[in-house]
Design a binder for this molecule. Structure first.
Ligand code: FES
Length: 236
């Protein structure tokens, strides 16, 4: 005998352009079951029209993020036994265009991350072809920044992003900080031209929902404050 979960799942049919909800009851008998396991159970045994997205199933690809009882989570990392309710309202990530049911269009995230130049900018000179060394101390400065899996949970939890879609958002700014703090990067001036305005580092209202929901326990809000400090101190 397991625990009975009652799920109310948001549905969107792009053909008819109609939204609705579907209710399912699933008895979870295995203690290791995740929310993704429940979605797969429904798809395979109850309703094969339910649409959701996942790939790795291990918290790596970032594709399975959804909203559960108002909070962004990774379905594959959310163990049912740790949820604090047996009644679950499951919706797509907030603030994103919905493609179908729980699947949202992530391209807005990709565009924002691309904008902050998420790569090392290295000037072409006689040293260009040589290996660029980094000390252990400088490498350690990137801890808590490079682990982002681009799941969009932080962006979906950010009220500033809901209101202002031109705001770069916590995920892109975390990425920016990862490269701005990299001792090998030479693109700080160029990057700050993109970051230092009301849609960049000054768009954040320090609400810190991003930190609350990040499945990797990263802190985009802190990264944004770090970028503001760098800009104010002209550390570039
Ligand atoms: S399926 Fe890859 S992070 Fe969940």
């Amino acid at each position: 005998m397991g625990n009975l979960y009652k799920l109310t799942i948001f549905r969107y049919d792009p053909e008819s352009n109609k939204t609705s909800t579907s209710k399912y009851e699933v008895e979870v008998t295995e203690s290791h079951w995740t929310l993704l396991d429940v979605f797969r159970y429904i798809k395979n045994n109850v309703d094969d029209t339910l649409t959701f997205r996942y790939s790795c199933g291990q918290g790596i690809c970032g594709s399975c993020a959804v909203t559960v009882n108002g909070k962004s989570v990774l379905a594959c990392e959310t163990q049912m036994k740790f949820l604090d309710s047996f009644d679950l309202v499951v919706e797509p990530l907030r603030g994103f265009p919905v493609i179908r049911d729980l699947v949202v269009d992530h391209s807005v995230l990709d565009d924002k991350v691309r904008k902050v130049m998420p790569w090392l900018v290295c000037k072409k000179d006689s040293e260009s072809d040589k290996e660029r060394f980094q000390s252990v101390e400088d490498r350690a400065k990137l801890d808590g920044l490079y682990e982002c899996i681009i799941c969009g949970s932080c962006v979906a939890a950010c009220p500033t992003f809901w209101k202002n879609k031109t705001f770069l958002g916590p995920q892109a700014l975390l990425y920016a900080c990862r490269f701005m703090l990299d001792s090998r990067d030479e693109g700080k001036n160029e990057r700050f031209e993109i970051l230092a305005d009301k849609d960049g580092i000054y768009g954040c209202h320090t609400i810190f929902n991003c930190m609350e929901v990040c499945p990797k326990e990263l802190n985009p809000g802190k990264a944004i404050l770090e970028l503001r400090k760098m800009f104010m101190n002209e550390e570039f």
